[in-house]
Write a protein that binds this ligand. Structure first.
Ligand code: C2E
Ligand code: MG
Ligand code: MG
Ligand code: MG
Length: 283
């Protein structure tokens, strides 16, 4: 396209690329200061059981509000943080903050934390997690670590060793965004996950795309057969909620059940205790 539009367009593109690069460099530099300047915070989104609607935990989602850049979405700054290794200190902050917050939640309510490949590539990652659990007083059974399959591709032997260390210590491991990227069924055999999260792209299209729906149902069946709970991500409507329940997804997450919030006690889905969706509806 650029070619047919002539020289002027090419120049325009490179100016734009230059701006992009400058913006990336700015984000990279500002990110390093974000923790100290207290610009980072966590939001928590409810994870529910499809049968009862009960909230069984929350996923911690990182938020960054910069005074000039405004609210920068994680899809923009996480990849930059990963390239610059800033993800190491940021990831540690996220883990500590998530565990610290979850200690005051009702018994049995778990917290799920996303972990990047770069964090996972560190040989001492599991020790770091256990240190933070001890320091914050959170029971390991209440922590879920969410990884994507790219994490495991880094170094399969080391990934397996770290996963086993974490699991031996009581921490649960969740495979995130399943069905996208480098998803492979052999990963389900090599690594013993405690939960499978079906990527939201399948849920978003399952009402009109019968292939998407068949995939959701097949992953739910697979989970049942290997005894692993399956969560549907990104459920936005009652119709989708009904479909994923009927298809056998044991857990769900999405705007339909609750958006990410800063303070779960102040949010509608709980008032200091875990209450079910049914109770909430009748309230
Ligand atoms: P994820 O782990 O798959 O998290 C779910 C994303 O889907 C979140 O986006 C959440 O806000 C969004 N979501 C939840 N329900 C719905 C829904 O019903 N509809 C739609 N359209 N979206 C929904 P968010 O917070 O923007 O995070 C995006 C991604 O950034 C996350 O995807 C995760 O991969 C990454 N991320 C977020 N926080 C962290 C973190 O602390 N560390 C690392 N390494 N990655 C993080
Ligand atoms: Mg996640
Ligand atoms: Mg996900
Ligand atoms: Mg996702």
């Amino acid at each position: 396209r650029a070619k047919s539009e002539g020289r002027g367009t090419v120049a325009h593109y490179s100016a734009e690329m230059d701006q992009d690069l400058q913006q990336r460099r700015r984000i990279e530099a500002e990110l390093r200061l974000a923790i100290r300047r207290k610009q980072l915070r966590l939001n928590f989104q409810p994870l529910v059981k499809t049968e009862s609607g009960a909230v069984v935990g929350y996923e911690a989602l990182l938020r960054w509000r910069h005074p000039e850049l405004g609210e920068v979405p994680p899809s923009t700054f996480i990849p930059i943080a990963e390239e610059s290794n800033a993800i190491l200190s940021i990831g540690e902050w996220v883990l500590r903050q998530a565990c610290r917050t979850a200690v005051s939640w009702p018994d049995g309510c778990s917290v799920a934390v996303n972990v990047s490949a770069i964090q996972f590539a560190r040989a001492n990652f599991a020790d770091k997690v256990f240190d933070i659990l001890r320091e914050t007083g959170l029971e390991p059974e209440r922590l879920e670590i969410e990884v994507t399959e790219t994490v495991l591709l880094q170094d399969e032997a080391q990934s397996r060793a770290i996963l086993n260390q974490l699991k031996a210590g009581g921490v649960r491991i969740v495979i995130d965004d399943f069905g996208t990227g480098y998803s492979s069924l052999s990963n389900l055999r090599t690594f013993q996950f405690d939960k499978i999260k079906i990527d939201r792209s399948f849920i978003a299209t399952m009402e009109t795309d019968r292939h998407a729906r068949a995939i959701v149902r097949s992953v739910a069946d697979l989970g049942r057969n290997i005894n692993v709970p399956v969560l549907a991500e990104g459920v936005e409507t009652a119709a989708q909620g009904e479909m994923i329940r009927a298809d056998g997804c044991t857990h769900a997450q999405g705007y339909y059940y609750g958006r990410p919030v800063e303070d779960i006690a102040a949010a509608a889905h709980t008032s200091g205790s875990v209450i079910s969706l049914a109770e909430r509806r009748s309230a």
